[in-house]
Design a protein around this ligand. Structure first.
Ligand code: PMP
Length: 410
């Protein structure tokens, strides 16, 4: 068993209360479903309890002390997101319900600039959340969806970029890291091709934010989105980063309180950034919890997280590769977070059910990426997905569990 580099994983594990629990007759929990959602460190749990127990108030509107404190905590969290993403201004950070809502917000806004004959480019690796909102925008406007194809390795076929991204392209929306296969996409040539034709670029960072240092300046995109619950924060909260000039241009997504400047029955004028995109009472506790989670990650150090996970993923690939009858779905050049595979003659659901009885949580099925499953000719896969608190022992448990699956079904 290799030691995990750069991080004291044992100490980190102690920060996550749920990792101490057992399931099914006292078996230790081996949590390998981090691409679906991550567990929460105690600092986040404590922060949520402290907020509701001691500070709860509506933000941005009260003169009283609780409202002022709540507003300060919520805006502090926005600055944590700003730092985590390397963004220039906190006002470029919009809190959303998660990645899905953030993409819908951008697709809705960009649709107001699209016309018949325009093209929206996505990749063949996208989660449904980065396909369907663009299809809806295309349907409303007469624009057309185009797709960067994927190779058998699970890497995108970048040799097609000149053909797919053209002067008709107005939007390029691609994932940073595939939730289904674990592919880390080589974004630089895609962003460069999009820039060369003046297209707006959105990066779906849902599966990148928990695993790597994000620097939106270096990525060179216009929008970057991610979910709090996949980044050790609460559910129901996420963030959109957008370049200020783009956020100024986009129309509001929802109307209501907090997003206005002046309302009369004749005409309403809107608030400045980021309030323009945050109609109604926000998820104050969620925002504060997300800020706490990101502060925690920045303290651990995302470079160390990435190095440690890289080593663990390599170990997992080696050990899984030696399992009889196991076939990887996707063997990408660079991988983060997830490993997808199938077992000869055994349905992923059956495998997942047996693994669960052994205390091992993996995801089986299509991973909200049906086009990826179609492309690789499978109904679904078994997906083991890792986070900063996983260990080589978790990988060993999975490999032993798969041996049990094979004896039962093989
Ligand atoms: N994009 C990717 C790559 C994802 O993995 C997910 C979640 N599985 C989403 C988008 C959607 O995120 P959420 O459900 O948190 O909005």
């Amino acid at each position: 068993m290799p030691a995990t580099a750069a991080l004291d994983v044992a100490a980190l594990r102690a920060d996550f209360p749920i990792l101490q629990r057992t399931v099914h007759d006292g078996r230790p929990l081996v949590y390998l479903d981090n691409a679906a959602t991550t567990q929460k460190p105690r600092v986040v749990l404590d922060r949520l309890a402290a907020y509701y127990g001691n500070e709860n108030a509506n933000v941005h509107r009260g003169v009283h002390v609780l409202s002022a404190e709540g507003t300060e905590a919520y805006e502090h969290a926005r600055r944590s997101v700003q730092r985590f993403l390397g963004a220039e201004h906190a006002r470029e950070v919009v809190f959303t319900r998660g990645t899905t809502e953030a993409i819908n917000l951008v697709a809705h806004g960009l649709a107001s600039f699209l016309e018949e004959g325009d093209e929206i480019v996505v990749s063949a690796l996208e989660h449904h959340a980065n396909i369907v909102p663009w299809q809806m925008a295309a349907e409303r406007t007469g624009a057309r969806l185009r797709v960067i194809p994927v190779l058998d390795t699970g890497d995108l076929d970048l040799s097609t970029l000149d053909e797919v991204i053209t002067d008709r392209t107005k939007v390029v929306a691609v994932t940073h890291t595939s939730n289904a296969l674990g592919t880390v996409v080589d974004l630089a040539p895609i962003v460069a091709a999009a820039r060369a034709v003046g297209a707006a670029v959105l990066i779906d960072g849902a599966q990148a934010a928990p695993h790597t240092t994000v620097d939106v300046q270096a990525l060179g995109a216009d929008f970057f989105v991610f979910s709090g619950h996949k980044t050790f924060g609460p559910t129901g909260i996420g963030a959109l980063w957008g370049r200020e000039a783009w956020l100024e241009r986009l129309p509001p997504y929802q109307g209501g309180g907090d997003m206005i400047d002046r309302v009369t029955f004749e005409k309403t004028t809107f608030a400045g950034l980021p309030a323009k995109f945050e109609a109604g009472t926000p998820h104050v506790a969620g925002g504060i919890g997300l800020g706490t989670a990101l502060d925690y990650l920045m303290e651990v150090g995302m470079d160390a997280v990435e190095a440690s996970e890289h080593e663990l993923i390599g170990y997992a690939e080696d050990r899984l590769g030696a399992v009889d009858g196991l076939r990887f779905v996707g063997t990408p050049r660079k991988r983060a977070g997830a490993i997808s595979f199938v077992l000869d003659g055994i349905h992923p659901y059956d495998a997942g059910t047996v693994l669960d009885r052994l205390g091992i949580a993996v995801r089986t099925g299509q991973h909200c990426a049906q086009p990826v499953m179609d492309r690789f000719g499978v109904d679904g896969t078994i997906r083991a997905s890792f986070a900063l608190y996983n260990t080589p022992a978790d990988v060993d448990a999975l490999v032993e569990g798969l041996a049990t699956v094979r004896t039962m079904f093989g």
